[in-house]
Design a protein around this ligand. Structure first.
Ligand code: BG6
Length: 488
């Protein structure tokens, strides 16, 4: 069985995790530039000063800034139809509130999109993949201020106007629902540019898991981000009616740990808070009743919802629903269940599933379950899996080859699940794997957590010459695309 010819096969990266060149071409600092690298024994930390002895992996990342031609040629060699990447907001407005955009930054993305065009690859551009300019964090506390909506709109308008004939597919905010998960303060900082004052002024590294979070502020800032997203969608359609603009949800797929009705109800509530709240606001254009109940039960004052906001949300619904899918976990009311983590979320371990080296449970059937549930919830809305993959340690053999059969196995099973979704005639339009070229991990700040079909010679001790080499999975994905998913 084949996927349709129009199916968008490709891969996804984020500027902060691949570009490097963190101050080149007039770029300003952005949130991830303040995060130190982690390791097997040392979790990732936040240090908002430039300590010369510390290792900030985003500063050089995999140097895509200087290697993009070589990298896009490799993507084309695999037969990609689409390349998901983000624009680093800080390259365009280095201080967040500059009067004029930075021409060098704009010219860089012109060249990247031209390079894609050369090979017939459609760019799918995320406007904000955690790259909130650092100056917006320090001056406005990110999206906690309503003023940041205007700053974002100015940025979005600038890039929409500039690239309106080069880019058709857009996403507003990466994983907008992260602040509704268990990530705590890191969800606020990454997703919303929101941080507690004491943490901001710390002169010592702070564990990401220790960053403070205040739910009242989180939901206020998230509301502002919803408005920014909705206004952006509306503006985008006015600039070019051909634009296809989506949201992006980190899908936390959850199952009840037991048939105990209490577990089943807790799972439903979890699904609503973690996934459906943001999905409903962006696809249906209104706050669902369950979240208003949650606010009331948790003492969240909703006065951040101002007159006129409801209309903005209604008029700015997205054209497609996109999501990341890595793993699933269980929900239970039992306090002593074994715990698992994965993609900024936490839950009870599922005894039927195995995990990656980083403890993320591997669940291809969960992907089909997720696609079917979303198709049922949002009838007719095109769906796209814009991140999926397996972080693993790769070994380079003496002859330079990399036999990553574990990665091939992971993809094979997930793509098999998508093939079933297509057979069921669910509106799945594309698939971009996460980190098709090795890059810096967002959660741990490591290089050794590799996702790519393409290996990059760069390591957590700062060594490596940034050279690229094809792994076995590169040739596997190339053949899969060539046969439209028939040869798994
Ligand atoms: C998603 C993000 O959360 O998962 C990516 O959109 C991230 O930025 C990816 O890299 C994988 O997570 P990690 O922590 O393994 O890099």
């Amino acid at each position: 069985m084949k996927f349709p010819k129009s199916f968008l096969w490709g891969g996804a990266v984020a500027a902060n995790q691949c570009e490097g060149a963190y101050l080149s071409g007039g770029k300003g600092l952005c949130v991830p530039d303040m995060l130190l690298g982690g390791s097997a024994t040392k979790p990732r930390t936040f240090l908002p000063i430039n300590d010369e002895n510390a290792f900030y992996p985003s500063h050089e990342a995999i140097d895509f800034y200087h290697h993009y031609k070589e990298d896009i040629a490799l993507f084309a060699e695999m037969g990609w139809k689409v390349f998901r990447l983000s624009i680093n907001w800080g390259r365009i407005f280095p201080n967040g509130d500059d009067n004029v955009p930075n021409e060098t930054g704009l010219a860089f993305y012109d060249s990247v999109f031209d390079e894609c065009k050369k090979y017939g690859i459609e760019p799918l551009v995320t406007l904000c993949h955690y790259e909130i300019p650092w100056a917006i964090v320090t001056k406005y506390n990110g999206f906690y201020s309503r003023k940041t909506i205007d700053l974002f709109l100015k940025y979005a308008k600038t890039v929409f106007m500039r690239y309106k004939d080069k880019v058709k597919y857009w996403l507003t905010f990466n994983e907008i629902n992260i602040p509704c998960m268990d990530a705590g303060g890191i969800g606020d900082l990454y997703g919303l540019g929101l941080i507690d004052k004491d943490d901001l002024n710390s002169s010592e590294p702070i564990l990401l898991t220790d960053l403070k979070s205040d739910k009242q502020k989180t939901f206020t800032a998230l509301h502002h981000e919803f408005l920014a997203s909705a206004l952006t969608v509306k503006m985008g359609h006015e600039i070019n009616p051909e634009f296809v603009i989506g949201n992006m949800i980190a899908h936390e797929t959850v199952y009840p740990l037991t048939p105990n009705p209490e577990d089943v109800l807790a799972t439903l509530d979890r699904d609503n808070l973690a996934n459906n709240f943001c999905g409903d606001v962006q696809v249906r254009g209104a706050y669902p009743q369950f979240i208003l109940n949650y606010f009331e039960e948790n003492g969240i004052d909703t006065s951040f919802i101002k007159e006129g906001d409801a209309e903005i949300l209604k008029e700015g619904t997205v054209d497609m629903y996109t999501f990341s899918y890595y793993q699933s976990h269980c929900v239970t009311v039992k306090k002593d269940a074994d715990k698992v983590n994965g993609n900024m979320s936490e839950g009870a371990a599922n005894p039927y599933l195995k995990s990656t080296e980083w403890g993320w449970q591997i669940d291809p059937t969960g992907l089909l379950y997720t696609i079917q549930s979303l198709a049922d919830r949002y009838p007719g809305v095109p769906l796209m899996v814009v991140e999926n993959g397996m972080g693993a340690i790769d070994k380079v053999e003496e002859d330079g080859s990399i036999h990553d059969d574990y990665r091939i196995e992971y993809f094979r099973e997930h793509i098999r699940a998508m093939r079933e979704a297509v057979r069921r005639k669910l509106p799945l339009i594309g698939y971009t794997t996460w980190g098709p070229i090795d890059l810096v991990s967002a959660g741990t700040g490591e290089y050794r957590k590799r996702y790519g079909f393409i290996y990059v010679d760069r390591h957590d001790d700062g060594t490596g010459d940034f050279s690229r080499r094809r792994k076995d999975s590169f040739f596997w994905y190339q053949n899969l695309i060539r046969t439209q998913g028939e040869e798994l």
